[in-house]
Design a protein around this ligand. Structure first.
Ligand SMILES: Cc1cc2nc3c(=O)[nH]c(=O)nc-3n(C[C@H](O)[C@H](O)[C@H](O)COP(=O)(O)OP(=O)(O)OC[C@H]3O[C@@H](n4cnc5c(N)ncnc54)[C@H](O)[C@@H]3O)c2cc1C
Length: 456
């Protein structure tokens, strides 16, 4: 027997939950399904608890920075306070009752279980079959991916889940992967006393970002006692029941009590039954058009679409899907001004294209750069002031197509740059703008000065 519904949402992460709540609030009969927790990765094992960690680690380091700038301070980091805050304030002990109640209060029906498709409108979960009259929305997200390194699969390595749930700081931590998740958690655990080694096979940390950002971050981390090994791949992993040993393609092996594998995430499509829609994954992701449609009556949102593994991408797409399902005019998805923030200290904010990516697209590129410590605010700030602003201009069109703001509050300074890329504000118009003194974002003005002098 099939159960009718207007809309069935599979996966209630930030994207699916947003769609399900908004459609339920609009009066549709919405069934929301999740095998784990309503809210998905972001509130339980992702953005929110990891940013609680970076906030705590920032406080520890700011306490230490008092010396030489404001007198004396004794800092005694205590991880149990952070772990308790994650358990009690962020995740409710990994319990989603509040989120389920919020959805049900809007009229939604929640089903816990792992669902699969049996055609465009049929969703099967735990022996029940739902038939969606209007739409099915796939918000199944992504899972941590581990590389096929010899010996790794059989070992008790950490993914982001175990790292977020950690009750103790390991004495020694090896981190495989120098992307955003790896470097954020590496810095956090190092600041709480772990002896951390980051292993990154690419030439620099935070691979897709400007190389300058990766190199500066490596220097900052090394200054804090983290060992950074870039350009070297892990060849094999062993665990002797107590410790890990990571054999590298060159150099000494890395030994550690814990191994965090942070080598990326892949859309969670196993067993979903995508083939029953007559479509194949594209690049491992659910193929979508610019209205987020997969096939007639089926939409997808979030990490599953492979358009950018960020909560703000999932929420942005969710708004488009809601408009599409409600038959409102849809503004097609546009990822030109996709902002990204790596919440290390200093933060790395970036938007749009890197210089290299812009050149590869054949754009006539001009760049302008300014160092944060050379700005008034950076100089005042002193301890922890490292960073830079880099602008990537399409010289022919006279607009920014990408930018990086690394430094204290780099993610906040990014807002101005995201607006410029999104709205295609002419660079000459940015040149006539006033920048409040002495803010960090005045480095943008200095980078525009540098752009003026740059050859195309
Ligand atoms: C450590 C870490 C830190 C992060 N920090 C940030 C950050 O600071 N800022 C940011 O923007 N992003 C951050 N992210 C990324 C962010 O968490 C994701 O982009 C976001 O959660 C994606 O949302 P989503 O809707 O695609 O689905 P997800 O959050 O991945 O949730 C998908 C849900 O679908 C469910 N599901 C999957 N398959 C099925 C099925 N077949 N049946 C039923 N249920 C299913 C899962 O149980 C899950 O609950 C971080 C990620 C990690 C790991």
């Amino acid at each position: 027997m099939t159960e009718p519904a207007d809309v069935v949402v599979v996966g209630m992460g930030p994207g699916g939950e947003e769609v399900a709540e908004r459609l339920a609030a609009a009066g549709l009969d919405v069934v929301g399904i999740d095998g784990r927790l309503v809210g998905g990765e972001c509130p339980y094992w992702g953005c929110i608890p990891s940013k609680m960690m970076t906030r705590a680690a920032g406080l520890v380091t700011d306490g230490r920075r008092v010396v030489g700038m404001a007198g004396g301070a004794e800092v005694r980091p205590d991880w149990s306070v952070v772990a308790r805050r994650i358990r009690e304030e962020a995740t409710d002990h990994w319990d989603d009752s509040v989120a389920v109640e919020r959805f049900e209060a809007k009229g939604g029906r929640f089903v816990r279980g792992w669902a699969h498709l049996e055609g465009p409108r049929r969703v099967v979960v735990g022996g029940r079959t739902f038939e969606a009259g209007t739409a099915v929305v796939l918000g199944v997200g992504a899972s941590a991916w581990s590389p096929p390194v010899d010996g790794l699969a059989g070992t008790p390595f950490w993914t982001n889940r175990e790292a977020i749930e950690a009750e103790e700081v390991p004495h020694a931590l090896a981190v495989l992967g120098g992307g955003a998740v790896g470097v954020e958690l590496a810095q956090v655990f190092a600041r709480f006393g772990a002896d951390v080694t980051v292993i990154e096979s690419g030439p620099h940390l935070v691979g897709p970002e400007e190389p300058e950002a990766g190199r500066l971050l490596a220097a900052v981390l090394e200054g804090e006692g983290v060992t950074v090994r870039t350009g070297v791949a892990a060849r094999s992993v062993r665990h002797d029941g107590h410790r890990f040993s990571v054999e590298l393609a060159e150099g000494r092996p890395v030994t550690a009590d814990r191994l965090l594998v942070a080598t990326g995430r892949r859309p969670a499509l196993d067993g979903l039954g995508l083939a029953s829609l007559g479509v194949e994954p594209t690049g491992g992701a659910v193929p979508v058009d610019d209205h987020l449609r997969v096939v007639d009556g089926v939409w997808a949102v979030g990490d599953a679409t492979g358009k950018g593994g960020f909560t703000h991408v999932a929420m942005y797409q969710a708004a488009i899907v809601v408009d599409g399902i409600l038959g409102r005019p849809v503004v097609p998805a546009d990822y030109r001004a996709l902002p990204r923030v790596t919440f290390t200290d200093p933060e790395i904010g970036s938007v749009g294209l890197s210089e290299r990516a812009a050149r590869e697209l054949g754009i006539e590129v001009r760049t302008g750069t300014a160092e944060v410590p050379a700005s008034s605010r950076g100089w005042i700030h002193k301890a922890g002031n490292r960073g830079f602003v880099k602008l990537v201009e399409d010289h022919r069109r006279g607009v920014l197509v990408g930018a990086t703001s690394m430094g204290p509050c780099g993610g906040e300074v990014l807002g101005l740059l995201t607006l410029a890329v999104h709205a295609q504000v002419p660079t000459r118009s940015l040149r006539t703008m006033m920048f409040a003194y002495p803010t960090f974002h005045r480095a943008v003005e200095a980078a525009l000065d540098d752009l003026d002098d740059a050859p195309a």
